[in-house]
Design a protein around this ligand. Structure first.
Ligand SMILES: NC(=O)C1=CN([C@@H]2O[C@H](COP(=O)(O)OP(=O)(O)OC[C@H]3O[C@@H](n4cnc5c(N)ncnc54)[C@H](O)[C@@H]3O)[C@@H](O)[C@H]2O)C=CC1
Ligand SMILES: O=C(O)[C@H]1O[C@H](OP(=O)(O)OP(=O)(O)OC[C@H]2O[C@@H](n3ccc(=O)[nH]c3=O)[C@H](O)[C@@H]2O)[C@H](O)[C@@H](O)[C@@H]1O
Length: 619
């Protein structure tokens, strides 16, 4: 008799028709005008959120084209998890994820997925590999739907990872473009405009291979009006372009996708635009309540994504500016955050002061907004948003200055330890990580050693990143001072100061800090997804080849690192053990506000925490 075994998902094992493709970027286009031209089809501006299902004029028009095949282009942090969750909830739809990076595709098809997200592995196994005899009993909260039938005995795989971009695009009813859109490094708009090279390359592929009638979706974060400027053209064929920005966060991606607070679909207010929006909405309606599916015109949707990130980052910068005042006055930034967050008009989320925001998106999206304002000849607006980025840099610099000051203004002959390399907890994403900036600034001080440890980032990945960012010469193996560790105690042994740069639970000595309520409650709850099974009902993961490079890396890593990532990110470190193996005086600089200072001081540590007046600050 099969026993019911709960399966916790947040445990890891757990249009214009012409003959040109003419894609242009806002900064490179000769046709780009900084003025927003009124569009004939812009009657779509809603007074408020409106469910797509309420949109069509009549029943016949309402029937969206059936969706049987979806292709994601870009198997990255967005493409992989989003495709997996769509596949989970739409078992009859074939979802393919394609990428030009064959190494990435190989990893998605193996037991070494290229990204870590709590809960992702189980969904991958169900959707990519299938399950033999299980019931996939997904129980959504009230008001949420699911097309997953608890009585279905088996589940065939419906998620495919492939590097055959052209073929997958040609088969798709919906093509979701989820490629990277970083900041342009040079040329016109360099340093602030969005680099649309990858996106533009994809539009050309889509124009060549997509079947007539395919719906093209901007999943990537793109500048406002991209849907018009990067129209996809093939003679005699019209492709409807939708904007459907993604709002997931690293580290909580699966919860964010399973319980999205909104799905935003931007479409043209034309018959075909509405039909396309309905088709896309039908995919999400498999599990998202209809009132959470919002439609706007394409430009509003594109702009809303940039504004959402800019507003979130603005809150963080605002609190970091207040943290600087707190450090000089004796006020406590957590207490200030708690006091202002109790006002529902302000709210308590995203008020956590620290060493500033990192990640691949906040900075680039604010800079994209800055560039947009500049091209619209709105210098005051550009300056306003640029200040959010400036304040972020100020937060990092202040932290490093404070650390160096604690160590008598010199790091010569000293070891300092950086705990946390990912840009936030529960992810191995290191893009724009504050830790990188801090390591580089510490390096300038010429210490004997900078020890770096992270519970989720593989040491080889960290070394590569540091080499790329600070130069290979920064690594001790090349004569520099940076040493990457896979064991937290080894990283702290003999150190003069520990700097906490990521808010991993492993580093905490208490449950949480008052302002630390950055996620909505439902996103932090464990989804009630269970698999009922006798033994492991999931089909086996395809075996790796004998020469699998990822297996080799795992085999060469130390035991502590090859253990379960879920365990690693939640096992708390023993600060007393760290204390006895540090040099005196034992300094800890808490850049993320994860420590309860009093109990650390009872052990004997000297603690400095962002937004609080420390021993070395004058009031
Ligand atoms: N990372 C995140 O948490 C979020 C990212 N976004 C946005 O989503 C987009 C994608 O971001 P990530 O997934 O983080 O990027 P990523 O860099 O992790 O993945 C992008 C993938 O696209 C592939 N690619 C690039 N050009 C290609 C081409 N011509 N053909 C096939 N594949 C190609 C790359 O090889 C890469 O694997 C960006 O616009 C980003 O701003 C939005 C919300 C959250
Ligand atoms: O477009 C994107 O890429 C995504 O960017 C952010 O998500 P993400 O960057 O993954 O993570 P956040 O939780 O927003 O954290 C960003 C940074 O801000 C920092 N942060 C966050 C909250 C806070 O109160 N204080 C603070 O310093 C985090 O440590 C982290 O370094 C947004 O939250 C997502 O909605 C968006 O989809």
């Amino acid at each position: 008799m099969a026993s019911l075994q709960p399966f916790m998902i947040d445990g890891d094992d757990l249009p214009t028709l012409d003959d040109s493709t003419a894609p242009t970027t806002p900064d490179g286009s000769s046709s780009f005008s900084p003025e927003l031209r009124p569009q004939a089809d812009l009657g779509f501006l809603n007074p408020g959120p409106l469910a797509v299902t309420a949109r069509p004029r009549d029943a016949a028009a309402a029937a969206p084209p059936p969706v049987r095949n979806i292709c994601f282009i870009g198997a990255g942090f967005v493409g992989g998890p989003t495709a997996a969750v769509i596949a989970l909830h739409n078992p009859d739809v074939r979802v393919s994820v394609v990428d030009r990076d064959e190494k990435r595709i190989r990893r998605w098809n193996s037991k070494h997925p290229p990204i870590y997200e709590p809960g992702l592995n189980k969904i991958l196994r169900v959707t990519r590999d299938g399950s033999r005899e299980s019931l996939c009993d997904f129980k959504p909260p009230a008001g949420w739907e699911t097309r997953l039938s608890p009585s279905s005995k088996t589940r065939n795989p419906n998620l495919v990872f492939s590097s055959d971009v052209a073929r997958s695009v040609a088969q798709a009813d919906i093509v979701m473009v989820a490629v990277n859109t970083p900041t342009k490094r040079r040329g016109n708009g360099g340093g602030s405009a969005t680099d649309m090279a990858a996106f533009e390359a994809v539009t050309a592929t889509v124009a060549e291979h997509a079947r007539p009638g395919a719906i093209i979706v901007e999943k990537s974060t793109v500048p406002c009006r991209t849907s018009q400027l990067l129209a996809i053209h093939r003679p005699g064929v019209h492709f409807e372009i939708l904007s459907n920005p993604e709002f997931l966060s690293a580290g909580t991606a699966i919860n964010d996708l399973l319980y999205a607070n909104r799905i935003l679909i931007g479409a043209r207010n034309t018959e075909s635009g509405r039909r396309a929006a309905s088709a896309l909405a039908s995919v999400y309606a498999s599990w998202i309540p209809p009132e959470r599916i919002i439609t706007t015109n394409c430009f509003s949707s594109e702009l809303a994504k940039l504004v959402a990130n800019a507003m979130l980052a603005q809150r963080i910068s605002s609190m970091n500016s207040i943290a600087a005042i707190c450090e000089k006055t004796g006020a406590d930034v957590d207490e200030v955050a708690g006091a202002i967050g109790a006002d529902p008009r302000i709210g308590s989320k995203f008020l956590r002061a620290g060493i500033g925001f990192g990640g691949s998106c906040f900075k680039k999206d604010i800079l994209s907004l800055v560039y947009l304002a500049e091209t619209l000849v709105l210098p005051e607006v550009a300056q306003y948003w640029r200040a959010v980025v400036d304040m972020n840099e100020f937060a990092r610099n202040r932290f490093v200055t404070r650390a160096v000051k604690c160590l008598n203004n010199t790091l010569t002959g000293k070891k300092v330890t950086v705990l946390g390399f990912a840009f936030k907890k529960n992810t191995n994403d290191t893009r724009e990580s504050p830790a990188l900036d801090i390591i580089r600034a510490l390096e300038e001080e010429g210490p004997a050693e900078i020890a770096v440890y992270d519970p989720l980032c593989p040491p080889t990945q960290m070394s590569e990143e540091i080499g790329r960012f600070a130069g290979n010469g920064a690594l001790q193996s090349n004569g520099g001072s940076v040493v990457v560790y896979s064991d937290v105690y080894a990283a702290c042994r003999g150190t003069n100061a520990v700097l906490i740069t990521t808010e991993f639970d492993e580093f905490k000595n208490r449950a949480g800090r008052s302002g630390d309520q950055s996620r909505p409650l439902e996103s932090t709850q464990t989804p009630s997804m269970r698999l009922a099974h006798a033994e492991d009902p999931l089909c086996p993961i395809p075996p790796c080849s004998d020469d699998c490079p990822d297996c080799q890396v795992e085999a060469s890593s130390t035991l502590s690192f090859t253990s379960n990532p879920e365990q690693r990110r939640t096992t708390k470190m023993d600060w007393t053990k760290v204390y006895y193996h540090m040099r005196r005086p034992q300094w800890v600089l808490d850049g993320r506000g994860v420590l309860e200072i009093e109990s650390m001081e009872r052990i004997g540590f000297r603690v400095e925490s962002v937004g609080r007046c420390g021993a070395n600050q004058e009031v």
